[in-house]
Design a protein around this ligand. Structure first.
Ligand SMILES: Nc1ncnc2c1ncn2[C@@H]1O[C@H](COP(=O)(O)OP(=O)(O)O)[C@@H](O)[C@H]1O
Ligand SMILES: [Mg+2]
Length: 363
């Protein structure tokens, strides 16, 4: 490895400490940044810089210490590429864009409420309002139902194509200029009955087509060039149901992206804009949410962490005059109640009280 090689680092919070990590390549035990002070105000969770390596100690495969200078910020972390109403990590967005431009189908996973469903509609808008259709995965009860259904008419049976098939046929009839022509959004993909999975294999691989017998004869379903499928996965239990259940051959055909919670530096001003609460209140709500998000990951909470929806709900209560403590208790902590989550709520309470983030509340 040449000492002068240009590389990239990102900062991540590990055990409450902002830690630099190389984007690609060997991870040294220690990264020393000579000009860290110069970039102090830009070094936040998720910040992404290009750097120049000035010294390497130890083996090249597992260096002990790498000394670097930050050259410049690659992507300013506080800017969400889809506008200030929706957070997406700029690095993820750049990759998703590249995949879409390349004709690659996409599988979105991530905790409930991190914007998977919302993102797909925003993507269609972002790509010059490209034609878009949304299908509900949970409504796909067997292999045929995504494509159409037999219905009786005049004592004989006719096959009615689904909205998705009509969409694909409509796009096939439009001019192909080489770019993106349409997005098919199959929401909560893995809630589809597993017997519905079969046809997706040929549909989403290079053949992009499959034949199906209907009461009207053979229906050929084809994915025209330039049409992208985006499949958000719902979450069930502590993990993502899709990771467990989506057929591996199908997983292999898709580019997988995991959406996460917004960065604190983004979520606080977002709450302030959405609800006009002050910074102290917004900051407290996000701090509590982030504590519980970490706890949810380490403890495998049935309900996952609090989504931006929950932080906004707490912020709205504050806007309407609730105290910050009551709002957090009601909108965020009490979400963890009922069934198995009852014990999760006790864990949340104990944790927040130990961090002095929640008052003893008489119930
Ligand atoms: N990344 C985000 N940025 C801004 N708002 C978000 C984000 N994620 C979720 N939300 C809010 O939460 C709501 C629910 O998000 P949704 O797209 O249904 O999540 P998912 O499909 O991942 O469960 C959205 O309407 C939006 O108001
Ligand atoms: Mg969703």
């Amino acid at each position: 490895m040449s000492v002068h090689k240009n590389r990239e680092i990102v900062f991540e919070t590990v055990e409450d400490e902002l830690t630099p990590r190389f984007v690609r390549g060997a991870q040294p035990r220690q990264i020393v940044i000579r000009n860290r002070a110069e970039f102090a105000d830009k070094i936040v969770d998720g910040a992404h810089f290009s750097v120049r390596v000035t010294n390497i100690e130890g083996s090249s495969r597992r260096p002990r210490r790498i000394t670097i200078d930050i050259v410049r910020e690659v992507i300013p972390v506080l800017e969400s590429p889809l506008g200030n109403a929706f957070w997406i990590d700029p690095i993820d967005f750049a990759l998703i864009r590249a995949h879409i431009a390349d004709g690659q189908h996409i599988w979105l996973v991530g905790p409930r409420g991190t914007g998977k469903t919302t993102l797909v509609a925003l993507l269609a808008k972002h790509f010059d309002d490209v034609p878009y259709v949304k299908v509900d995965g949970a409504a796909i009860i067997n292999a045929r139902s995504a494509f159409g259904s037999d219905s009786a008419r005049n004592a004989s049976s006719v096959f009615r194509k689904s909205e998705m098939v009509e969409f694909l046929e409509k796009i096939a009839g439009t001019e192909d200029n080489g770019g993106l022509r349409g997005i098919v959004h199959v929401d909560e993909f893995c809630r589809m009955n597993s017997s519905g999975e079969g046809p997706w294999h040929p549909l989403l691989d290079h053949t992009g087509a499959f034949d199906m017998q209907t009461s009207d004869g053979t229906l050929r379903v084809e994915v025209p060039r330039g049409v992208i499928f985006v499949l958000p996965d719902n979450e069930q239990g502590g993990g993502h149901v899709g990771v467990m259940t989506m057929d591996i051959a199908l997983q292999d055909r898709l580019a997988r992206f995991e959406l996460g919670y917004p960065k604190r530096e983004w979520e606080v001003p977002w709450l302030m804009r959405e609800t006009e609460i002050n910074e102290r209140d917004a900051d407290a709500i996000v701090e509590v949410a982030n504590q519980i998000r970490r706890l949810a990951t380490t403890q495998g909470f049935e309900k996952g962490g609090p989504s931006p929806r929950r932080t906004r709900m707490a912020a709205r209560l504050v806007m309407h005059g609730s105290s910050r403590e009551i709002a957090i208790e009601h909108a965020i902590v009490n979400f963890y109640s009922g069934g198995r989550s009852g014990s999760d709520r006790e864990m949340v309470r104990t944790h927040l009280q130990s961090k002095k983030l929640l008052q003893e509340v008489v119930r």
